[in-house]
Design a protein around this ligand. Structure first.
Ligand SMILES: [Zn+2]
Length: 269
């Protein structure tokens, strides 16, 4: 399981991005029937399918929201002030429909979240090294002809436009197509591709932190200990963008090796 240091710094939540080597199950988590939309839903249960959509939000301790991906981007959001979280499935359709913007709007209306406070982590997905799209899709993203789409950069741009500060956005930079050992890739494996689970949940709301008489700096609760045992130290695979200004999309384009490019199939939408 991969974790993002920018989210690990928040002791009131748990999160992770599953891999082939460390597969996760959605048992005990709220999930979605994913439809490549910009729909976000508030998780109303601890386990099972909440409904059709591509983002799940919650501000309730004990509810873990989860999504499945294999090339599409898993994006996790956290509001450290209101203690609300979101798990987002963003492929090209959801990205074009601005699913991160829609989800931030949902967090604002449900939990009073302010974009400037949000922390975001973009997990492994197909990278610009491997994601060739046809002209129809390319044009949706302002490209003049078929070419390579950088989904992570598109979503970082949308997060910034929505008001999330660049230094509160972490990007994995890992390409699912390039690494068949760690990741499933729908483009590479087609029907044989499994799905990777990404999740985020609130461990302690402010209210129950206070009532328990503890502070974040106090000794970890039992649940914290369990979470740490579940999470191996693979955080170095995450890049944290620290550039205060002059956002450079090329900075995100890491994690792919040239050798695998020869195996890339012909472009197909
Ligand atoms: Zn790649």
């Amino acid at each position: 399981m991969l974790t993002s240091p920018i989210l690990e710094s928040l002791p009131w939540l748990e999160h992770g991005f599953g891999t082939r080597q460390a597969p996760l199950s959605q048992d005990g988590m709220a999930s979605l029937k994913q439809i490549h939309s910009s729909l976000s839903l508030v998780a109303d249960r601890r386990e099972g399918c909440v409904g059709e959509g591509d983002a799940l939000v919650t501000g309730e301790a004990g509810i873990t929201v989860s999504i499945r991906t294999a090339d599409c981007l898993p994006i996790l959001l956290a509001d450290p002030v209101g203690r609300a979280v979101a798990a987002i499935h963003a492929g090209w359709r959801g990205t074009h429909a601005h699913i991160v913007t829609e989800t931030i709007g949902r967090m604002r209306s449900e939990f009073g979240s302010v974009a400037a406070n949000l922390v975001a982590a973009i997990g492994p997905g197909i990278g610009p090294c491997c994601y060739e799209v046809g002209e129809d899709v390319a044009r949706l993203f302002g490209m003049e002809r078929a070419g390579r789409l950088d989904l992570a950069s598109e979503n970082v741009s949308q997060l910034i436009e929505a008001g999330v500060p660049l230094d509160q956005i972490g990007v994995s930079g890992r390409c699912t197509f390039c690494d068949p050992v760690q990741f499933y890739s729908w483009r590479r494996d087609h029907d044989r591709a499994g799905r990777m689970i990404s999740f985020i949940g609130v461990l302690h709301t402010r209210k129950n932190t206070k009532s328990a008489g503890t502070r974040e700096t106090s000794r970890p609760a039992l649940s914290d200990f369990q979470i740490r045992r579940r999470a191996p130290a693979s955080r170095r695979s995450f890049l944290r963008l620290r550039r205060p200004a002059g956002y450079d999309p090329l900075f995100l384009g890491t994690g792919c090796n040239k050798a695998s490019r020869a195996q890339r199939p012909a472009a197909s939408g």
